[in-house]
Write a protein that binds this ligand. Structure first.
Ligand code: MIG
Length: 776
């Protein structure tokens, strides 16, 4: 506790330890080359080099042995055959692919990664790869004057992480989420560097606690781990979108989620009884406020035992779920990893008798205190355990449940260290490994078990998974919410860069607890937060026990009407949103984007925290402060139209815009289009009409792809989808819309696309003919 008082800055406290000494990798002694790649033998260790593609290279340093190259929990691919040109001179070995030039200086061993135009991406100036006696491994890289750093998964603070120190150690942080909070629930040891408009990436695939230091020196940055190998990938970019494509090529992409999970989610810790849930649902129906999901937090269980319902509070869950489905609402229950130690509880019995729980090397089951009291934890590092756990979800799917919410999977334990004993020895499919090394992947592997089990049990329907903890690659299994924030304006502000950096880290389906989890929200904050939430990829209002209820109607009609309008807008924008989710699932691109992703040459976007984009043509500039109705907005190159007022703004400058409580400033780039529909009702959410809103300009050309399918099954994998590529050409007097291609067999309820022209009086030509309709 002394840490939290001024004692922490007591004048006598500063210690001046001597500089830490590292063992440098030393000189190159010799090397071999085989099918797997290059193996460099250096004076103080080994370095393996693998070329994955023309644009992706991997380096793995092991101080004592030849590097192990096949133990990643994140990387899903193996090196492709790549043609490499090799030039060996006295001082260096040079390897060239179509995109990269690697220079391996021999004495000392130093690596420079450049592109084929001579642009240096990553280089070691002075220091290189090194390690310490205690097992720490570290890489130093030169920091260039104009380097900006993004990604790092789920982090507090600003968008650009230059000048920060960050840590990766999955941690249950109820409080605080401050700018200085270094580790949260997710560990994604990956970042993208943007320098003078060009980007490259580094993925440090190490599951130990890792550190990124972009602060201590202006000359270098470093990344290090408490143990393991120095195993990292350099991604060539050069566009930020390319970096993201390369990173998700390695770690996988989000499978297309069910459309209902893109809707509005209402949650609370907890809606405690069946009657309360029914009343909640009824309220949404009566008020015509859209909702797709109601979450059940820990109170639904019998004594917090997972895979049970409390018989008194929820006497008939099957009926509840069926009735809600009629109303167009799904139930998503929480499932934590801790299994109550209770000899009469079947899941615990199966876990013990089937040998599914985490154990010490000596054989004792690890016990930790969580909600149900003393509990055991499934060892998700074992395939057979993942399978067992996955199959258990038949309990939920047989009731009609299609989505699961995983919490506490860091794993969180109620003790000093906040987690499992680091000595616990995970079985890890025949490669026993301590919790110290696998801590950061526990949540990822629980996610895998849950997603795969749900998929199997749902027989053709898409599962939805929401997870709190994860590691690089978590996007393959689930969406992520940013944990226990508070009802502070500062946390609304912070949620923007947080979600944008998660998107840049390969996780597109994310969002904060809208309204704030802990602390009492208020009418204005909730309203402003709902406006933002309506356009973040994951949209859930969630609040904690003991704090004010924050459903959209809790603050009176005035506020309810505004919130309702924005939740409905979410549904009006669904065709646009779904097409962006499709793009994310195909290319790994994020749905919610920082402006720098679309305008990497514009330095004004490099640390723009209070604006964001959806896709490549819409900018949102929400109000993020109390009592404020005016704000500055920076618009990059192009002409922009404010969505509601139709006012036109010039790009490459800042504007002052006015926004009353009911207003959210939205800017659409002229020359582009948006796909939208109408809100009908909770009971019937099928898209029946489709409108293409065209924001014409006088001389623009825009192409985009619209995607749709049944939103619920995997039939799209067999051609049941609709995919249309459009080309829009605006000129002084006309707009020409051309269907460039149309694919797939899906037959939607809508039979045509209505074209709505915004702001301008022009003739519309569809495929060369005068028309305002595109027939399907
Ligand atoms: O320690 O299940 O972040 O969303 O409501 C609290 C109760 C455990 C933490 C989650 C929060 C959830 C709460 N959980």
């Amino acid at each position: 506790m002394l840490e939290d008082t001024s004692f922490a800055i007591h004048p006598g406290k500063e210690k001046r330890d001597g500089a830490i000494t590292y063992t440098d990798i030393g000189n190159l002694v010799g090397y071999e080359k085989d099918a797997a790649g290059y193996m460099f033998n250096c004076t103080n260790g080994f370095v393996a080099l693998q070329v994955f593609t023309d644009s992706i290279v991997r380096l793995t340093m092991n101080p004592t042995n030849k590097p192990v190259l096949d133990k990643s929990k994140a990387v899903m691919v193996r090196p492709e055959p790549v043609e490499i040109e090799e030039i060996n001179t006295e001082h260096a070995l040079t390897l060239k692919t179509k995109a990269l030039v690697l220079t391996l200086q021999k004495e000392p061993f130093r690596v420079t990664v450049a592109d084929t135009h001579g642009r240096v991406l990553v280089n070691e100036d002075g220091h290189g790869m090194a390690y310490r006696e205690n097992g720490e491994v570290i890489a130093f890289k030169q920091m260039h004057e104009n380097d900006h750093f993004y990604g790092f998964g789920e982090k507090s603070g600003h968008l650009d992480k230059r000048g920060e120190k960050l840590e990766m150690w999955n941690t249950d942080v109820y409080a605080p989420h401050n700018p200085e909070t270094k580790a949260l629930y997710e560990s994604i040891p990956y970042f993208m560097t943007l320098r003078d408009g060009k980007a490259h990436g580094i993925f440090f695939d190490n599951t130990f606690k890792t550190y990124f230091d972009l602060q201590s020196s202006e000359a270098h940055y470093s990344f290090s781990a408490e143990g393991g190998q120095l195993d990292y990938y350099v991604l060539a970019g050069p566009h930020p979108k390319k970096v993201l494509e390369q990173y998700t090529y390695l770690t996988g992409r989000m499978p297309l989620p069910p459309k209902w999970s893109l809707g509005y989610h209402q949650s609370r810790y907890s809606y405690e009884t069946e009657a309360e849930v029914r009343e909640l649902a009824q309220n949404f129906i009566e008020k015509d406020i859209p909702v797709d999901v109601i979450h059940l937090d820990i109170h639904y269980m019998n004594g917090y035992r997972v895979f049970t319902f409390d018989k008194e509070k929820f006497p008939n869950p099957d009926q509840l779920i069926a009735d809600l489905k009629e109303m167009g609402i799904r139930i998503v229950p929480i499932v934590d990893p801790g299994v109550k130690k209770d000899a009469e509880y079947p899941i615990y019995q199966e876990g013990v008798l089937g040998d599914h729980f985490c154990k010490y090397i000596e054989g004792d089951i690890y016990n930790g205190e969580v909600w149900p009291g003393v509990s055991a934890f499934p060892d998700f590092t074992e395939e057979k355990v993942r399978k067992w756990w996955g199959e258990k979800h038949a309990f939920y799917t047989s009731m009609g449940i299609e989505g699961i919410w995983n919490d506490m999977n860091e794993p969180a334990v109620f003790n000093e260290s906040k987690t499992m004993d680091l000595e616990v020895m995970h079985r890890n499919d025949g490669h026993p490994t301590t919790h110290r090394e696998l801590h950061n992947v526990y949540g990822l592997l629980m996610g895998q078990a849950t997603y795969e089990g749900m998929k199997e049990n749902l027989q053709g329907k898409r599962p939805f998974l929401l997870t709190r903890a994860g590691y690089a690659g978590v996007q393959r299994y689930g969406s992520v919410w940013t944990g226990d924030n508070r009802s502070f304006w500062e946390h609304l502000q912070m949620s923007l860069p947080m979600v944008m950096n998660l998107g840049l880290s390969g996780v597109p389906f994310t969002g904060p607890d809208v309204g704030g989890f802990a602390h009492d929200t208020n009418a204005e904050l909730l309203t402003r937060w709902m406006q933002v939430g309506a356009f973040t990829p994951f949209f859930r209002n969630h609040s904690a026990i003991g704090f004010r209820y924050q459903e959209p109607w809790q603050f009176g009609e005035k506020y309810e009407a505004i919130m309702k309008k924005y939740i409905q807008m979410r549904y009006q924008w669904m065709p646009q949103l779904y097409s962006l989710f499709y793009q994310a699932s195909e290319q790994g691109l994020s749905v919610m984007r920082p402006l720098l992703m679309e305008y990497p040459d514009d330095a004004k976007t490099y640390n723009l925290n209070d604006q964001f984009m959806l896709g490549d043509n819409v900018i949102f500039a929400p109000i993020l402060n109390p009592s404020v109705t005016d704000r500055a907005v920076y618009l990059p190159k192009g002409d922009w139209v404010e969505y509601t007022t139709g006012t036109t703004y010039e790009g490459e400058q800042a504007h002052l815009v006015h926004a009353e409580l009911e207003d959210l400033p939205i800017f659409v780039r002229k020359g582009t289009a948006l796909m939208q529909t109408e809100w009908t009702s909770n009971q019937d959410k099928e898209t029946k009409t489709l409108t293409m809103k065209v924001f014409a300009s006088d001389n623009e050309n825009y192409s985009f792809t619209f995607y749709d399918d049944d939103g619920e099954t995997f039939a799209y994998e067999n051609g049941e989808y609709l995919k249309m590529a459009f080309d829009i050409q605006s000129s002084a007097d006309k707009v020409e819309i051309n269907v460039v291609s149309k694919e797939g067999n899906y037959q939607p309820a809508y039979k045509e696309i209505r074209i709505e022209l915004f702001c301008l009086d022009k003739t519309v030509l569809v495929n060369g003919k005068n028309s305002s309709i595109i027939n399907l």
